[in-house]
Design a binder for this molecule. Structure first.
Ligand SMILES: Nc1ncnc2c1ncn2[C@@H]1O[C@H](COP(=O)(O)OP(=O)(O)OP(=O)(O)O)[C@@H](O)[C@H]1O
Ligand SMILES: [Mg+2]
Length: 600
């Protein structure tokens, strides 16, 4: 549901939950600051008119009370330092209040943003796999950094500025009207065109900001994709093209920034002119009133100070409004993430053993409109080792994703040990199923931390044993820092085969009921492939194992092999059984691969 702009700003303030009292106190302190800034000119005014000018004291009750308190006009005339001390005292109070207010405000703003960031991060962690599969990483990062920062600026500065300006109008008008109605009316009346100009520009800048946010997101995406795929970029000599692509996006971004800043410059200039006119009018009318004895020199001086006091906040009001529009955009973008539905019943459901028979019954599944599995049926005996063979895009990985409930089938059901996996707690299911992904991901951490990822404190011995099973122990020992070698961006770059084997070792740490190797041996030579499989045989015990591979030699020893085609199991059986099917897919694949090997 699209919220209104005002409710979006409300939502930005809503994020300060837990820090509201601090925020409200800081707003109250602004009131104190404002009162001081409006009362200070009155001290000058009284000094000029009544102390030095012998005019009768014509001030509000609270001020008269203060004059009497410090000894009355005649006494002050003899002790002028009293007025100076009063001014100084007020400035000291204003300084202390400003300091406390700034501290409280920063505390509330930064604290609430920390909470917001934590909530967003936790929420992203709980979003379904399908959301992540279709989201742009660069864009999410931009939302979690830039947009949150815009909300922080709103809560720490912009909102305060807004409250200050509104309070200033209230306090200022109250004090100005007690001095002179004509001048007060002119000052406030002149604010109308200033407001109208602001609102007009606010609309324009709002639209431009929306476009700017979008190009900024795209720029991040281009950069992130380029950096992630830097090897492809270099290997295919696409650097120049990538640079061009980036330049084009960057130019567009720059053009949009210029558009926004040009509008701002125009806004500032117009507001300056309007404020200049206001000051000129006040000067002229004020001088007339003073000459006509309708206004004292002191009050006139106080008024000119007020006009300047109004000048800066009103001039900055355009900025406040533009920040409002930026905040509206930022909140919408953050809410888009928050509104994405978290994975349901992640932590609810039963926790049965997962080592029973796995059965796919009439499962239909499609990503969007493209069907992948079509009335798919399969039965895997618990504790057995099975293998999937199939063309690329035939749906092998999809079957494993469905088994972990990373996606839900549109129809049909999947059972483990006779229990519908819909009833099983997702975290339990995923914990017990260890998967080596087709494209393994390693963190920029040490090899030990990468292998022992399932536990907070990786167990060296356990990780080493797993690494030995995965035939990567010797490779690791050949590195200078051994298991402490840092992988990835900050450290050593592992070869594709080493990465795969580290990922295999990771899957072998800790207990699991099902092990899935999704094309996990594709990057190792046939000899290593065979030794890993040998080692796995010893390791497996009663663990159900699913091996996906395009290499028949990797699969042939499995207890049962499933050939997947057109969203169905086209053939199934042992190697011998499948080889006996004349014109069978498996048999053909085997023959092609063995002739390639023989011919090589
Ligand atoms: N997140 C996704 N969104 C949309 N379509 C997808 C998604 N993931 C996979 N597909 C499509 O679904 C089909 C099956 O993909 P899947 O990854 O299961 O194939 P596969 O058999 O594992 O292939 P490979 O042997 O190449 O790994 C493919 O046509 C693929 O393009
Ligand atoms: Mg796959």
């Amino acid at each position: 549901m699209q919220l209104k702009k005002r409710s979006k700003l409300g939502a930005a303030f809503h994020y300060t939950k837990g820090f509201r009292l601090t925020m409200i106190i800081s707003f109250l302190l602004i009131g104190v600051e404002l009162i001081i800034s409006f009362v200070s000119p009155l001290i000058m005014s009284v000094t000029i008119d009544s102390v030095l000018g012998f005019n009768p004291l014509n001030v509000a009750w609270y001020f008269r009370w203060y004059i009497v308190l410090i000894g009355g006009v005649d006494y002050i005339r003899e002790h002028l330092w009293l007025m100076a001390a009063t001014l100084l005292g007020m400035q000291v109070i204003a300084g202390v209040v400003r300091f406390v207010r700034a501290k409280l405000n920063t505390h509330a703003g930064e604290g609430s943003v920390r909470e917001l960031r934590n909530q967003l991060y936790a929420h992203i962690q709980r979003l379904p796999f399908s959301w992540h599969a279709t989201s742009q990483t660069g864009d999410i990062i931009q939302r979690a950094t830039n947009d949150i920062d815009t909300i922080r600026r709103f809560n720490t500065g912009v909102l305060l500025e807004f409250v200050r300006t509104i309070l200033m109008l209230i306090v200022g008008s109250a004090i100005m009207f007690t001095i002179d109605t004509t001048l007060a009316s002119i000052t406030l009346g002149m604010l109308v065109p200033v407001f109208l100009t602001s609102v007009l520009f606010f609309r324009r800048i709002n639209k431009l900001n929306n476009e700017l946010e979008q190009t900024e997101g795209e720029l991040f995406t281009v950069m992130q994709e380029n950096l992630t795929g830097i090897r492809v970029v270099r290997a295919f000599g696409r650097s120049a093209f990538e640079a061009q692509k980036f330049n084009a996006k960057n130019d567009e971004n720059c053009r949009r920034i210029l558009k926004v800043t040009n509008n701002f410059s125009l806004l500032w200039a117009l507001l300056d002119i309007l404020c200049g006119i206001e000051i000129a009018v006040i000067m002229i009318v004020g001088i007339y009133l003073v000459v006509g004895k309708q206004l004292t020199v002191g009050m006139f001086t106080a008024f000119t100070t007020y006009v300047f006091t109004f000048f800066w906040p009103i001039r900055g009001f355009g900025r406040v409004l533009s920040q409002f529009s930026k905040t509206v955009v930022a909140v919408s973008r953050i809410e888009e993430i928050f509104n994405a539905e978290e994975e349901a019943d992640l932590d609810s459901g039963i926790t049965p053993p997962i080592n029973g028979d796995i059965e796919f019954k009439d499962v239909c599944f499609s990503y969007g409109t493209v069907p992948v599995l079509d009335h798919f049926n399969m039965k895997i005996k618990g504790g057995s080792t099975v293998a999937f063979l199939g063309g690329t895009g035939s749906g092998k990985s999809t079957v494993t994703l469905l088994l972990q409930r990373l996606y839900e089938p549109q129809s049909g059901k999947i059972t483990i040990g006779g229990i519908d996996i819909k009833d099983i707690k997702k975290t339990h299911l995923r914990n017990r199923i260890s998967m080596v992904m087709q494209e393994p991901f390693l963190y920029s951490k040490t090899i030990l931390q990468n292998i022992g990822i399932k536990t907070r404190q990786p167990d060296q011995e356990l990780c080493e044993t797993a690494a030995k099973y995965a035939c990567v122990h010797e490779d690791i020992m050949s590195f200078e820092d051994k298991y402490e070698t840092v992988v990835g961006e900050r450290g050593v770059t592992l070869s594709g085969g080493q990465k795969q084997r580290v990922a295999i070792a990771r899957a072998l740490t800790g207990e699991s009921d099902v092990l899935i190797f999704d094309d996990s041996l594709s990057a190792v030579d046939t000899k290593t492939d065979a030794s890993i499989r040998d080692a796995l045989k010893k390791f497996r015990g009663g663990v159900t194992t699913i091996i996906i591979s395009h290499r028949v030699t990797t699969l042939m020893e499995a207890d049962r092999i499933y050939v997947i085609k057109n969203g169905k199991v086209a053939e199934e059986g042992t190697h011998e059984e499948l080889m006996s099917i004349p014109n069978g897919i498996y048999r053909k694949t085997f023959n092609i691969q063995s002739s390639v090997v023989e011919g090589a």
